[in-house]
Design a protein around this ligand. Structure first.
Ligand SMILES: C[S@@+](CC[C@H](N)C(=O)[O-])C[C@H]1O[C@@H](n2cnc3c(N)ncnc32)[C@H](O)[C@@H]1O
Ligand code: SF4
Length: 393
């Protein structure tokens, strides 16, 4: 089997092609969030956006040619604000322009309010087969502080409806929240695992620039756990999840064996994906070269661009060998399975620096698996950025 770039695939590295579709609207903006999400009180012309999504899918397919779609991810924003018929039409457009694998994974990100949960059956009928819910906390005071529109009770009801409708579900929690202790997080996480099916995404709260949380934090009005507590919260996350059969397969993602999100693996294994919709990124192989693409972020401007020129692409860069090798390293070392050093060498044109690997190994931050893969150890994960920087430099 060969990759889309025409080079032979290394064992275990057969490429999967994914399609990401970004729905950029939310009912309200959460104060910690810097995703490309927008509130439009005047309403949204969903049919017009659907036409633009369909057009951008067609233009992208024309550009890259035939592919077999292994994964589709409808992310946001809040894609569960879309009508099921819109989701169905987007999936139809993907199926019209590319072939779709029999076992395609189709994930939809949903907010866990009761209104959105009523659409789950419709999404299933439209072809969605996996749902990822933004639960964020199992504590009402925290949900309020995070600016969420749902309660714990409502979130758990949505999780239950999701599990009735989909064989595969996941939910997100944010930890290292203001005032959180190791004991309270341990109890909350244990309860969450009791509600979870096969997959959990557990993100440490990040204070993103230019968000209301950043202003509160700078003013001393939002106090997040100190570094030692954050580390202890991370450690207890690993311990509790592993004890319940949900070991981390990526730094923030936990799953039962075989239940990892295949779409996210496309990113982390540095395979090929198309980004459709406002502010979506792609890594496309065009005429054997890997391109980094990005579309216009502002929904209305993206819409006008697509209507005028067939796509909303505003950036399209051919990646050099070094850039590709660095991206491969950055993404792949997030995974518990690590990377295949031969693929690094094939991308970079030279192998990884053996002396640097030896130094990191001596410190216990990386290890070589029996199959030759290089991976970060549990001791290395908390300082992952430094490990990657050391190897990439
Ligand atoms: C695209 S967002 C959200 C999906 C959906 N709109 C929702 O909020 O439920 C994906 C996830 O990123 C996480 N996230 C967003 N901003 C974050 C931040 N500042 N720190 C940590 N996690 C964050 C949240 O857990 C969220 O569910
Ligand atoms: S966290 Fe989710 S619901 Fe909140 S603003 Fe961001 S994308 Fe929208």
């Amino acid at each position: 089997m060969s990759t889309a770039s025409g080079t032979p695939a290394l064992p275990g590295q057969e490429e999967e092609f994914g399609v990401y579709v970004h729905w950029p609207f939310c009912l309200s903006k959460c104060p910690y969030c810097d995703f490309n999400s927008h509130v439009r009180h005047a309403g949204i012309d969903e049919a017009r956006y659907l036409r633009a999504f369909t057009q951008e899918i067609a233009t992208t397919a024309e550009r890259i040619g035939a592919r077999t779609v292994a994964t589709i991810f409808l992310g946001g924003g809040t894609p569960s604000l879309m009508q099921p018929a819109t989701v169905g039409a987007i999936l139809d457009a993907i199926g019209k322009h590319w072939s779709v694998a029999r076992d395609v994974e189709v994930t939809l990100e949903a907010n866990p309010t009761s209104v959105e949960a009523t659409r789950f059956r419709g999404y299933r009928a439209a072809g969605v087969n996996r749902v990822s819910l933004g639960v964020q906390a199992l504590d009402d005071a925290s949900l309020k502080e995070l600016g969420r529109l749902h309660s714990v009770e409502e979130a758990l009801a949505a999780v239950a409806i999701a599990r009735e409708n989909f064989a595969r579900t996941s939910f997100d929690l944010i930890y290292a929240r203001p005032g959180q202790t190791v004991a309270s997080w341990r109890a909350e996480l244990t309860r969450a695992i009791g509600e979870a099916a096969e997959h959990l995404s557990l993100y440490q709260l990040t204070i993103e620039q230019d968000t209301p949380f950043a202003a509160l934090h700078a003013a001393g009005k939002l106090i997040t756990p100190d570094e030692a507590t954050a580390r202890a919260l991370y450690d207890v996350t690993q311990e509790v999840c592993a004890a319940h059969g949900l070991a981390a397969y990526e730094i923030s993602n936990h799953a039962r064996a075989g239940a990892a999100c295949r779409h996210n693996l496309v990113y982390w294994r540095y395979h090929e994906y198309a980004g459709i919709g406002p502010g979506a990124h792609g890594r496309l192989i065009v005429d054997g070269a890997r391109h980094a693409t990005a579309t216009e972020r502002r929904p209305e401007s993206w819409l006008m661009r697509v209507e005028a020129q067939g796509h909303g692409r505003v950036s399209d860069e051919v990646l050099t060998r070094t850039e590709q090798a660095d991206e491969f390293l950055l993404m792949g070392l997030r995974l518990a399975e690590g990377i295949n050093p031969q693929r690094y060498a094939a991308l970079a044109g030279h192998p990884l620096d053996a002396a640097r690997i030896a130094a990191l190994r001596a410190e216990g931050f990386v290890e070589e698996a029996s199959d030759g893969r290089l991976r970060v150890t549990p001791a290395g994960f908390p300082i992952l950025d430094a490990v990657v920087a050391d190897l990439a430099a």
